[in-house]
Design a protein around this ligand. Structure first.
Ligand code: FDA
Length: 583
């Protein structure tokens, strides 16, 4: 047998979960190897909507500009259209992803970063490149086979698919980011709830310049209601922009109980022409594939020294665009914890908080995405086509929404209501930013979480209640403007306080020295490095000026103090020790 290769963390998979884990670990100085089965990254566009939470993570890691350079920007992605074909009749539109003027303020206020659209074929190379530049050993054409773990580490058998040789990588921790059919997850027997393969979808990628049909209503998503569009899949036929306005991906359903359809170039071209609504459209089919829709999540994401992240732990349709986003956010939660344990700054118990914090998110997003898919049913019902027996009948029923009759009016009202429900798929800001953690890595302050004033799926409500995401506010000085998120970089703990909270600064220095953990205080106030320029932080911080908000590396609040206690050093030491699960 050949020599054993050693590393701190072995990552299986170079998808969004794996390549971002590699980037996070390398940025924190943790030696890691990333192996991936194929010779390159994703070969189809796959996930694309990149939400604000993910963009602010990219900002934190210094790659937001690189992502934006390859993305379709926020303002070109949101005029979501419902139609009978792209060239045909419109049923309605929903301004999506915060593009409605009435919702835009919510998105602008919530984060320093705006959402955008970047297909996986463009995003993964950015993540892999930056991870590798920062230290990751990236091994393509290398397959995970099996592993065994002991008290000190994990022995992983891998196969070099070029040479056919097997070898062992010895790592202190293993991350299985190997997708929905994860072998790592199977090998550690992760417990799941829900089902796989509940509906069938086919993807057809193609090139066709249809700028004149879509350029005036720029969007990523054009939903098509046609005979067959309510079968299988994600709710309705979908024409999805890959690049404006000449590269596209169609998602069309099939009945999972039938034989899987064979998609020829001819049949794919026909589906494209039907959905675009141009019978002689010049189309170049670039690929076709079949995939199953899943509704399954892991209730635990770890076994000893082995963790799973991404689709290995949450399997769901693309509705709400949560797949790649949640995968990256999993790894962001996990990587700093592994680094803290490896550096001797945290107790091993900290690693258990990964499951405690992320498994509830897996459940939430799998449920949300599947519900969003099913809620298309309301539109079919409103149109009256849920029980239509023939294509002709379906056409007639869709047409009858134009009738100047009481029935026509009732149908129009029902359509409006069904469309409003789709905000839960296309403007679910609360799902995207409202994650709130409860675990031993969050130190309570004796208060309970504020009751939400609005719908928690649609609306994000900022709070510094421990466990919530750090609220964003623009702060700075006469020369620069930064986000509160920028004050709290990934590599450290940050304590935000005000002018009369100056004593926290001394406390933070002492606690840093005592615990060997970087805890930096930032005093926000006039005449300091950072001023509350718009008085927004004062409105958001929910503590007194001499209080403090302790921010974890992943920008979730770990603890807060409402005012300056008699012994701030002891209070802060207690909080940091608790969060890090030190003895
Ligand atoms: P992901 O599946 O991306 O990556 C898994 C990685 O593990 C790959 O690099 C693979 O090579 C590697 N791997 C697997 N087994 C291995 C082994 N034994 N050894 C070594 N490496 C191994 N989402 C969305 O929002 N909109 C969409 O339109 C689509 N469309 C879509 C189409 C298709 C065909 C798929 C498969 C998926 C989608 N998705 C999607 C889902 C989205 O792609 C998904 O949520 C993310 O890619 C999940 O990222 P992960 O990194 O967890 O897994």
């Amino acid at each position: 047998d050949s020599a054993v290769v050693e590393t701190d963390v072995l990552i299986v998979g170079s998808g969004p979960a794996g390549s971002s884990a590699a980037l996070f670990l390398s940025s924190l100085g943790v030696p890691n190897i990333m192996i991936t089965k194929y010779r390159w990254t994703a070969n189809t566009p796959r996930a694309h909507i990149t939400n604000q939470r993910t963009m602010e993570i990219f900002r934190d890691l210094g790659i937001e500009d690189q992502v934006l350079a390859e993305a379709t920007p926020h303002e070109l992605i949101g005029d979501t259209v419902f139609c009978t074909s792209i060239a045909g009749d419109e049923i309605g539109r929903i301004l999506s992803w915060g593009n409605h003027p009435a919702r835009h303020a919510d998105y602008e206020l919530a984060s320093p970063s705006m959402n955008c659209d970047i297909p996986q074929t463009y995003l993964e190379p950015i993540l892999v490149r930056n991870a590798t530049q920062r230290g990751t050993q990236t091994q393509f054409s290398t397959e995970y086979l099996s592993h065994t773990q002991d008290a000190q580490g994990v022995d992983v058998r891998v196969l070099n698919r070029l040479t056919g040789t097997e070898y062992t990588i010895r790592a202190k921790y293993l991350i299985g980011a190997d997708g929905a059919r994860s072998k790592v997850a199977a090998d550690i027997d992760l417990p799941y709830e829900g089902r796989m393969d509940i509906a069938g979808s086919m993807n057809i990628t193609f090139k066709a310049d249809i700028a004149e049909l879509v350029g005036h209503r720029p969007s990523v998503l054009y939903w098509v209601v046609q005979p067959g569009s309510n079968i299988g899949g994600i709710g309705a036929g979908l024409v999805r922009m890959v690049r404006p306005w000449n590269e596209w991906l169609i998602v069309w359903g099939f009945d999972i109980n039938d034989e899987p359809p064979t998609v020829t170039e001819e049949s794919a071209t026909q589906i494209v022409r039907n959905l675009i609504g141009v019978p002689d459209l010049e189309v170049e089919i670039t690929g076709t594939s079949l995939w199953g829709n899943n509704e399954q999540f892991a209730t635990r994401m770890q076994s000893g020294r082995v963790f799973c992240a991404g689709d290995a732990t949450h399997k769901h349709p693309p509705s709400n665009g949560l797949g790649s986003n949640t995968s990256i956010q999993d790894s962001y939660n996990l990587a700093w914890k592994i680094a803290a344990v490896l550096n001797g700054q945290a107790g091993e118990q900290l690693l258990e908080t990964y499951s405690a914090e992320r498994a509830p998110v897996a459940r939430q997003i799998v449920t949300r995405a599947n519900r969003s898919g099913r809620e298309f049913g309301k539109l079919f019902e409103a149109l009256g086509i849920d029980k239509a027996k023939s294509a002709e009948e379906m056409h007639a029923l869709i047409e009858s929404r134009k009738d100047a009759t009481p029935e026509g009016a009732a149908k129009r009202a029902a359509i409006k209501e069904a469309m409003e429900l789709k905000n839960y798929e296309f403007n679910a800001h609360g799902v995207e930013l409202g994650q709130h953690y409860e675990s031993s890595a969050v130190a309570g302050d004796g208060t309970s979480r504020p009751a939400p004033a609005r719908d928690t799926d649609l609306y994000y409500e900022p709070t510094t209640h421990p466990g919530g995401r750090l609220p964003h506010a623009w702060v700075g000085n006469a020369r620069s403007k930064v986000s509160t998120h920028d004050l709290a970089p990934y590599g450290r703990f940050t304590l935000l306080t005000g002018s009369t909270g100056e004593d926290w600064d001394t406390a933070a220095r002492k606690v840093s020295d005592q615990l060997g953990v970087e805890v930096a205080a930032v005093v926000i106030g006039p005449g300091r490095d950072v001023t509350d320029l718009y008085f927004d932080w004062e409105r958001l911080r929910e503590v007194a000026e001499d209080g403090a908000v302790l921010v974890r590396p992943d920008k979730h609040v770990g603890w807060r103090s409402h005012s300056l206690p008699a012994d701030p050093e002891a209070a802060l030491r207690g909080a940091v020790s608790a969060i890090l699960n030190r003895e």
